[in-house]
Design a protein around this ligand. Structure first.
Ligand code: PGA
Length: 254
C-alpha cells in the first residue's frame, strides 16, 4: 500500500540553531507516525547529518537532501552525490524542484539521470513536477506534466517507479499563498496516476505516492490530503513553523 507522506522543504532557510530548535519542536510535537505514513525533512545540506541523527530511532521519520548531482564522485566542486548523503544516513532526496528547474536550468533529461542515480544508491527520489501559470491558463497542464513524467521517469522499470515519490507542485501555487483547490489537485493527481497506469499497469500506479505541494498549510491540509489520489504534501513555508507542520502531519490520512 502506498504511503501517506508529509515532507518539509526548508529550502535555503534557518541557521543551525534555528534548525535544531525547529526539528526538536516538530519531533517533540508529533506522536507516533504510523506504518503507512512517513514524515520527511528536506533540510539544507550542512544540516543533513545532524537531522539524520535526530530522526534516528523515530519511526517512519526521514531526512532528505534538497538536491543531488547525478555522479557517484569526482571533480564536481560544490555538489553532493547520492553516495555521500547515503553515507551519513540520509535516504531521500528531492529531485527537480521547480526552483532548481528555473534558476539552475535543470532539464527533464538531466533529472532523469538524478532519479536513476538515487535509485542506484537506494535513495528515494521525491520527484517534483508541475506547470507554470501560462500553461494552466491555456489549459495545457495535463500534457505539460505528462511530458515531464515521460522524459524523467518513464525509462524506469516497474520495480524502480514504485520506489519514486512524485510531488505535483503547480508553480503558480508555490510560495504565493494561492493554493490549488483540492479538486484541481485531485484532478491532476488522478491524471498522473492514469499515466502511470497506462505505462506500468494499475497495480503499480496504485503503489506510487503522489504528494501535492504549493501553499499547503495547517488550515487547508486536511481537505487537500482527503482527496483519494493525494497522498500527502511537500510543504515549504508552513514547514518552517513547528505548530503548522505538526498539524499538517496530523492531517495525513491514517
Ligand atoms: P510552499 O512551497 O509550501 O512555500 O508553497 C512548496 C514547495 O516549494 O515545495
Amino acid at each position: 500500500m502506498r504511503k501517506q507522506i508529509a515532507a518539509a522543504n526548508w529550502k535555503m532557510n534557518l541557521t543551525i540553531t534555528e534548525a535544531e530548535t525547529l526539528l526538536d519542536a516538530v519531533l517533540g510535537g508529533t506522536a507516533e507516525v504510523s506504518e503507512n505514513q512517513k514524515v520527511v525533512f528536506a533540510v539544507p545540506a550542512p544540516y543533513l547529518a545532524l537531522a539524520a541523527q535526530k530522526v534516528a530511532g523515530k519511526n517512519n521519520t526521514f531526512v532528505a537532501a534538497q538536491n543531488i548531482y547525478p555522479k557517484k564522485s569526482g571533480a564536481f566542486t560544490g555538489e553532493i552525490s547520492a553516495t555521500i548523503i547515503k553515507s551519513i544516513g540520509v535516504e531521500h532526496a528531492v529531485v527537480g524542484h521547480s526552483e532548481r528547474r528555473e534558476y539552475f536550468n535543470e532539464s527533464n533529461q538531466f533529472l532523469a539521470e538524478k532519479v536513476k542515480m538515487c535509485l542506484q544508491e537506494n535513495i528515494v527520489p521525491i520527484f517534483c513536477c508541475g506547470e507554470a501559470l501560462p500553461v494552466r491558463e491555456t489549459n495545457q497542464q495535463n500534457s505539460f506534466v505528462q511530458t515531464q513524467l515521460q522524459e524523467s521517469l518513464f525509462d524506469l522499470s516497474a520495480d524502480e517507479i514504485q520506489q519514486v515519490v512524485i510531488a505535483y507542485e503547480p508553480i503558480w501555487a508555490i510560495g504565493t499563498g494561492k493554493t490549488a483547490s483540492s479538486d484541481q489537485a485531485q484532478e491532476m493527481h488522478a491524471h498522473i496516476r492514469s499515466q502511470l497506469a497506462a505505462k506500468y499497469g494499475a497495480e503499480v500506479a496504485n503503489n506510487v505516492s503522489i504528494l501535492y505541494g504549493g501553499s499547503v498549510k495547517a488550515s487547508n491540509a486536511k481537505e487537500i490530503f482527503g482527496k483519494p489520489d493525494v497522498d500527502g504534501g511537500l510543504v515549504g513555508g508552513a514547514s518552517l513553523i513547528a505548530e503548522e507542520f505538526v498539524a499538517i502531519i496530523k492531517a495525513l490520512k491514517s
